[in-house]
Design a protein around this ligand. Structure first.
Ligand code: SAH
Ligand code: MG
Length: 211
């Protein structure tokens, strides 16, 4: 993406709390791919507009986005799924430390196994931010869990600009993932039950509204 623009937008972000900076730093140090702060600010605003009672997140990592979503609207409840056991425990620790156990529930397991057991039409917002090759599966499994007029957000849909310019890919291990993301963007954009926009901030965020 345009790095000058990204950097400029970063300078305009509101001052965040100390814990936010701490988790951002520790994620950077441990190479944990948390959401970009500019996109995070945007998601915060969507939550403030939509005031969801219940949010489902697929891909907790260490709890950064779950905590920030919970903080955006104190009446919301976040359910979040993580399959990596170390990250699951780190997320639990962060949620406990920040006293957000009443607002955030973390489920350990593979979202592909967990999603079918979750209650139907219960979430106003679902945030997909896990294995990029599985986005279409996550979206399809999310459909029945989402209320009407609910929103599915998908992070990283432009993956480092490679989704638009696959000829720039410098690691062959990304080839398949980028192709999957291209298919995913087509799939959500053409989906008859959803209205989608792709916002080119951070690593690309898709917003799909259930009609
Ligand atoms: N949403 C987080 C970042 C998530 S990073 C934030 O912005 O703070 C992606 C996470 O998804 C990783 O921790 C990875 O272990 C997890 N993940 C990937 N595929 C998954 C799956 N099928 N089920 C559950 N978690 C998954
Ligand atoms: Mg992400």
């Amino acid at each position: 993406m345009n790095e000058d623009l990204e950097e400029y937008l970063r300078t305009l972000l509101p001052q965040t709390k100390k814990w936010v900076k701490e988790i951002e730093q520790s994620a950077r140090k441990d190479h944990i791919p948390i959401m970009d702060p500019v996109s995070m600010q945007f998601v915060t605003q969507l939550i403030q507009l939509q005031k969801p009672e219940a949010i489902l997140e697929i891909g907790t990592a260490i709890g950064y986005s779950a905590l920030r979503m919970a903080e955006s609207y104190r009446h919301t409840k976040v359910t979040t799924i993580e399959r990596d056991v170390d990250r699951y425990y780190q997320a639990k620790e962060n949620v406990k430390r920040l006293n957000k156990e009443r607002q955030i529930e973390i489920i350990y397991g593979d979202a592909l196994d967990i999603l079918p057991s979750l209650p139907h039409e219960s979430y106003e917002m679902i945030f997909i931010d896990a294995a990029k090759g599985q986005y279409k599966h996550f979206f399809e499994l999310s459909h029945s869990l989402l209320k009407n007029n609910g929103i599915i957000l998908s992070d990283n849909v432009l993956f480092r600009g490679y989704v638009m310019n696959p000829e720039n890919i410098n690691h062959s291990r990304y080839n398949k993932m980028v192709k999957k993301l291209q298919e995913y963007n087509q799939f959500i954009s053409g989906h008859p039950n959803y209205s989608t926009s792709i916002i080119p901030i951070g690593d690309g965020v898709a917003i799909s509204i259930k009609m």
